[in-house]
Design a protein around this ligand. Structure first.
Ligand code: ZN
Length: 388
């Protein structure tokens, strides 16, 4: 029957009758008609749904890996194979028309290639906090800037901090053989983030972004949260919980073939500019909290060698993401330039000052802890998850 899950949404080649929240993941031909009808009801009502329970009603079947995936995860180093750039080229692979992984990328746009793993151009927490406050994002995102990201092994202080920024799409709602509505990017029902709110704390990912660029924070990036089968595999005994942060983007699907259950067709564009902009901003936020640019990754290659793998984020445009990243960084720089040219006010009062005041202490603690467990801060393979 329909179930909620924070992990296994959008199984590749599966039935596409799923609410945008990924709450109704009927499994292929094994799903009965009654299940599909029940799912359809949920799918329709999801647009007006408020907060609801999302925890799976039944235990999920255990995942046992036969290998460490196409990007060859090494449990000893707690990272995928190769230097961070090589990892990103492997982990940012999308699906081809037959929904098989494309080969490892030969290159990445400069916006990513010049940043990944290093700390090139990372804004200060203060600058980023001011930037977020201007967009009314201080309480969800600026307030946590001085806290580090989650750590592996369910926030084990001795485990490495999160290394992978994983991008997903909701693969829903599914329109079957029906055409996408013309207002798909602004339609309030399709873009209603309330359907992802979970009263039991089982939100699908850390953050969900709708097609207008609104965001729902389900879990702060300091909270260990798994959203792939790979992380959940019994092979790791929970060690990967906290090593990845996850962002979902709403992407309706429809049939690309004869079957109404096929869900391989995405809207065009598959994601909106507003979504890429927000995704880039979240990438900056997570990277600032890590102290270096994280390794960007797609869900699809992480679960590629696992049965009922995933195809998301489908038709992701890496160039658009890179453009948005440059755009966010440019705006941050402009704001920083403007503020340095303006004399500081004598008294700083207001809500936006609160996170910074607290953050100064947290920042010291975070840096101390980083040095305590991982030695002096430096750019290197060990800290960024490379082979070195
Ligand atoms: Zn996913």
């Amino acid at each position: 029957m329909c179930h909620t899950t924070n992990l296994d949404h959008s199984p590749r080649n599966s039935v596409g009758m799923k609410a945008a929240a990924g709450v109704c993941s009927a499994r292929g031909a094994r799903a009965g008609l009654a299940v599909l009808l029940a799912c359809a009801v949920i799918s329709i009502s999801a647009g007006t749904a408020s907060s609801h329970d999302c925890m799976p009603r039944r235990p999920r079947p255990p995942v046992v890996l036969k290998d460490m995936g196409p990007c060859r995860f090494d449990p000893l180093t707690m990272s995928f194979s190769g230097e961070p750039m090589m990892q990103a080229k492997c982990l940012m692979r999308g699906m081809d028309a037959s929904r098989n992984l494309v080969p490892t990328l030969e290159s990445l746009p400069a916006a990513l290639a010049e940043r990944i793993c290093g700390d090139t151009g990372l804004p200060t927490r203060e600058a980023l906090s001011a930037f977020l406050s201007k967009q009314n994002l201080e309480w969800d995102f600026a307030a946590h800037l001085w806290q580090p990201l989650s750590r592996g092994n369910d926030n084990d202080p001795a485990a490495p901090m999160a290394r992978y920024f994983v991008m997903h799409d909701t693969s829903g709602p599914s329109f079957g053989r029906r055409a996408f509505p013309a207002d798909i990017d602004v339609n309030p029902k399709i873009n209603n983030l309330a359907q992802f709110k979970c009263s039991d704390g089982w939100g699908v990912a850390h953050v969900v972004i709708n097609r207008t660029g609104q965001m729902l924070l389900n879990h702060d990036f300091a909270t260990p949260w798994r959203a792939t089968k790979f992380e959940r595999a019994v092979n790791f005994a929970g060690a990967l919980k906290g090593l990845f942060v996850h962002v979902e983007m709403i992407q309706p699907r429809r049939s690309a073939g004869r079957s109404r259950w096929n869900d391989a067709q995405t809207p065009d564009p598959s994601f909106t500019s507003a979504q890429y902009d927000r995704l880039a901003l979240l990438y900056v936020i997570a990277s600032v909290r890590a102290g270096h640019w994280l390794v960007p990754a797609f869900h699809a290659p992480i679960d590629a060698h696992i049965p009922n793998g995933h195809d998301d984020p489908l038709n992701f445009n890496i160039a658009s993401f890179a453009e948005s990243l440059d755009g966010v960084m440019s705006k941050l720089q402009q704001m920083s330039d403007a503020s340095s040219a303006t004399p500081a006010p004598l008294v700083a009062v207001g809500a936006a000052a609160a996170p910074s005041a607290t953050g100064a202490l947290l920042s010291y603690d975070a840096l101390t802890r980083e040095r305590q467990f991982h030695g002096p801060l430096q750019i290197g393979g060990g800290r960024c998850g490379g082979a070195g």
